[in-house]
Ligand binder design. Structure first.
Ligand SMILES: NC(=O)c1ccc[n+]([C@@H]2O[C@H](COP(=O)([O-])OP(=O)(O)OC[C@H]3O[C@@H](n4cnc5c(N)ncnc54)[C@H](O)[C@@H]3O)[C@@H](O)[C@H]2O)c1
Ligand SMILES: [Zn+2]
Ligand SMILES: [Zn+2]
Length: 366
């Protein structure tokens, strides 16, 4: 007997509260309702935004929750009104909606669809609607996705159908980190041929930003990280210069200014640290500085003259990709050897080891 229309009991990693390890629990996943898709998650990555919500967000809202928002799977069943997906389709759940109809979806300037959790409370980082229960309690779905579960239910606006040839244990990484960094360089910064770039932070997001700078034809790509173990990887993706801020007594913006005769053309902050985002650090003469790192804890400020004199300061959400279209294209680009994905993988672990995976990322081993 199939599982369509029935509650599925399965394993998931539940975050009961902030600053506590995840607990592997049996949860109940309700059948998909109108315009929803139930997905069997085959593989998931771990992103710093999961870590941020659990350990750094400093808020108590948004729990209990199943984290994970960078996964890939197979459609198990669909709710009424779903015509785009069928059981058996390979898909990637999306934390950014693409309804295709709202004024934002129709504008080429933004990927901020009016629908989906991202228009609501950033501290909760979830819709209050959820199809999960555990021990009689409703459990939230992080960023509308929740990939640290064997099954999840996602609105059809937040699902990308991908090429059936795609290996799910690899392309899951296109659900967040790789598209975010690559798109920040290519779509948001619009890195130009022959330009100089600096990428701060060399996790999956920063490494993908390096790859995007290289694809756009940048001549010089300066990879900046306080963990020098990241530099070998950054080289694989195209970085030409490597700077560890800890090796310099001068502020990092002065080091970059000296290295580049006045400042880089493009810089991307892929750390999630307001100090690193600050203009003093991203000193550029005329450049474009893009904030990619995720934080909602502190304000930052800049002297008006820094912008008046011609610099541009921008932010990038999911690399500026329209989510459904962008993910499907990036999967194709991977299958055609136009973007790297395998090189991002450092460990293969089971769902039971999810706390170990988060610890590895916390300590820069990811
Ligand atoms: N804007 C978006 O849509 C979006 C999407 C995904 C992730 N993010 C955010 O992007 C950031 C990076 O994510 P990730 O998964 O690659 O994280 P990660 O933890 O794997 O990587 C962060 C890197 O920054 C380095 N770092 C720390 N402090 C530094 C400093 N002062 N200077 C230079 N490097 C420093 C760390 O050593 C590490 O290599 C996070 O803030 C994450 O929440 C944003
Ligand atoms: Zn992410
Ligand atoms: Zn929309």
């Amino acid at each position: 007997m199939g599982t369509a229309g029935k509650v599925i009991k399965c394993k998931a990693a539940v975050a009961w509260a902030a600053n506590q390890p995840l607990v592997i629990e049996e949860i109940e996943v309700a059948p998909p309702q109108a315009n929803e898709v139930r997905i069997k998650i085959v593989a998931t990555g771990v992103c710093h935004t999961d870590l941020y919500h659990l350990f750094e967000g400093m808020h108590q809202k948004g729990f209990p929750v199943v984290l994970g928002h960078e996964g890939a799977g197979i459609v198990e069943s669909v709710g009424p009104g779903v015509t785009e997906f069928q059981p058996g389709d390979k898909v990637i759940p999306l934390f950014v909606a693409q309804c295709g109809e709202c004024r934002f979806c129709k504008s080429p300037k933004t990927n901020q669809c009016e629908k989906g959790w991202a228009n609501k409370d950033y501290d909760v980082m979830s819709n209050f609607e959820s199809r999960f229960t555990c021990r009689g309690q409703k459990v939230l779905q992080f960023m509308g996705t929740s990939t640290f579960s064997e099954y999840t239910v996602v609105e059809q606006l937040c699902v990308a159908k991908i090429d059936p040839a795609a290996p799910l244990d690899k392309v899951c990484l296109l659900g967040c980190g790789i598209c975010t960094g690559y798109g920040a360089a290519v779509n948001t910064a619009k890195v130009e041929e022959g330009s100089s770039c600096a990428v701060f932070g060399l996790g999956a997001v920063g490494l993908a930003a390096v790859m995007g700078c290289k694809a756009a034809g940048a001549k010089r790509i300066i990879a900046v990280d306080t963990n020098p173990e990241k530099f070998d990887k950054a080289k694989i993706f195209g970085a030409t210069d490597f700077v560890n801020p800890k090796d310099h007594s001068k502020p990092i913006h002065e080091v970059l200014r000296e290295m580049t005769n006045g400042g880089v053309d493009f810089s991307m902050e892929c750390v999630g640290n307001v100090e690193v985002m600050g203009f003093r650090i991203h000193y550029q003469r005329l450049g474009v500085s893009v904030i990619v790192g995720w934080t909602n804890l502190h304000d930052f400020s800049a002297r008006p003259i820094t912008l008046i004199s011609g610099r541009t300061w921008k932010g990038s959400f999911f690399g500026g990709f329209k989510s459904k279209d962008g993910v499907a294209l990036m999967v194709k680009a991977y299958l055609n050897n136009k973007v790297k994905v395998d090189e991002f993988i450092t460990h293969n672990m089971s769902l039971d080891q999810v706390n170990d995976a988060l610890e590895l990322m916390k300590h820069g081993k990811w």
